[in-house]
Design a protein around this ligand. Structure first.
Ligand code: ZN
Length: 465
């Protein structure tokens, strides 16, 4: 068994790893690059392998940086099955449809300004490609070995990152020098932190011969949940005093549901009854409904929460806005509103309109609750930009900017180290899905604590299991 790294090698997005096993090709994830100024060109570029030569695709979870190029892979000739958790199927259908919609809108806008004789642009893929992709998906449950190729089994385990997220174990029976042995490759996908609301903690993996592990927050330790909740309470107190709006860029999957869960739990304590609350993201609304459908995957605390009242994430003063008219109506509210909208890194979506209408207001509070990749608008604001460019206007940043780090959907350095440490035999580990030098810091920590061999692969590098 051999793995070649084709994405998220030295960066945080574009997860894609090719495993050669038993004479076949298994692709782990096929994600989009996000944030990079060359992202569009990189996402449209040829794959570094022949899509027709891929036999099986396994998806760790539904996030676009892990699934966003799958419809393109199908469009370009991949004809095999796609194995993933049933909840990931549910979420990926929603997220990929959104990608196709954005691609259609972007192409339509770009084609409006074509020079005479210039060829019209084509979208990266369409809803028809997404439909063809979803048809190829086969649902798996956690903890059950499934034979995906002769002698090759895949086992998904709960990664606690978003609904349906999984670590992927590929086990292959190999014959060498008269002896048969099983080689195990374990891919962490994205790992959640322990104690996250709604979801279970990442499940330990018993054994591996090689581990591919994410390292998004490999150089950080998160605040405790208690500190994070205190921080949110303080922000709402300050917002109440200042009278402006609270604008929260949030990923539609996971973070939004987590926030709503905290809002429902601390509704009175945080004085949320005095606000008008908006979830201004049709996609997040669909995803919230998908969470409701997969209650069986929740942790015991969330199961109790759901048992006490159905649809606990729906609060009396929370409006799920779907139409653009409803969204636009929020723009005239100058204070007393909490607006959650995507995208989480402010690269697209309705949040950009809300930032345009609130960033210049010193009474407004903008609360970042997720990772902001290099090159994104979110990152520039978090890093203290005094002005940002939105819809052709130069907007001064006078609003109060907060970063609430403890809500991360990713395990921190200690969480990653503990997850690795539970694997028997200290197998060699390849760190992916992290920017340098952060993943180097994690590499040192792992070497010191566990004495394991650590590789920081760059794109194209091959490692034998
Ligand atoms: Zn993810």
């Amino acid at each position: 068994m051999e793995v070649q790294f084709h994405g998220a090698a030295g960066e945080v997005t574009g997860s894609c790893h090719l495993v050669s096993v038993a004479g076949k090709n298994v692709l782990l994830d096929c994600g989009m690059v996000q944030g990079d100024h060359e992202a569009d060109a990189r996402n449209a570029a040829d794959f570094p392998f022949d899509p027709k030569a891929i036999d099986v695709l396994v998806l760790s979870h539904a996030h676009i940086d892990h699934t966003g190029r799958v419809p393109l892979l199908v469009k370009r000739g991949f004809a095999g099955p796609i194995y993933t958790h049933s909840a990931t199927m549910d979420l990926a259908a929603i997220l990929l449809a959104d990608c196709a919609h954005i691609a259609a809108m972007d192409t339509r806008d770009a084609n409006r300004n074509l020079a005479p004789g210039q060829k019209p642009l084509q979208p990266l893929y369409t809803q028809a490609d997404v439909d063809a992709t979803v048809k190829r998906m086969q649902p798996l449950a956690y903890d059950q070995a499934h034979e995906i190729l002769p002698g090759v089994h895949v086992t998904l385990r709960d990664a606690g990152h978003i609904l349906g997220s999984a670590t992927v174990e590929l086990a292959a029976d190999e014959q060498a020098d008269q002896t048969r042995s099983t080689r195990r490759l374990v891919f962490s996908g994205d790992l959640g932190p322990n104690g996250t609301p709604i979801l279970c903690d990442p499940q330990p993996v018993p054994a591996a011969d090689l581990v591919i592990m994410e390292s998004t927050y490999g150089d950080r330790t998160h605040k405790t949940r208690e500190d994070t909740l205190n921080e949110l309470a303080a922000i709402f107190r300050a917002a109440h005093r200042d009278g402006g709006n609270v604008v929260i860029p949030a990923f539609a999957v996971g973070r939004t549901q987590e926030l709503l869960y905290f809002f429902a739990e601390h509704f009175d304590e945080w004085g949320l009854g005095s606000y008008r609350m908006f979830l201004d993201s049709p996609m997040a609304t669909k995803v919230t409904a998908a969470y409701d459908r997969h209650e069986d995957l929740f942790d015991p605390e969330a199961k109790q929460f759901w048992a006490r009242r159905p649809h606990p994430l729906q609060m009396p003063n929370l409006k799920f806005t779907s139409s653009t008219d409803d969204s636009r109506a929020i723009n005239s509210i100058r204070g007393g509103a909490i607006i959650i909208a995507g995208s989480g890194m402010c690269e697209g979506g309705r949040i950009r309109h809300h930032l345009r209408h609130n960033l210049a207001n010193p009474a407004a509070h903008v609360v970042f609750v997720g990772y902001q990749a290099q090159g994104t608008l979110g990152r520039r604001i978090v890093q203290g930009a005094k002005h940002v460019h939105l819809f052709g206007d130069d907007i001064p940043v006078h609003a109060q900017i907060h970063t609430v780090g403890g809500l991360s959907a990713h395990a921190d350095r200690d969480g990653l180290s503990d997850w690795y440490g539970a694997i028997a035999g200290r197998p060699p580990v390849c760190l992916v899905h992290g920017e340098d030098p952060g993943r180097g810091t994690l590499a040192q920590a792992l070497q010191q604590k566990w004495g394991c061999a650590v590789t920081l692969p760059m794109p194209g590098v091959r490692v034998t299991v």
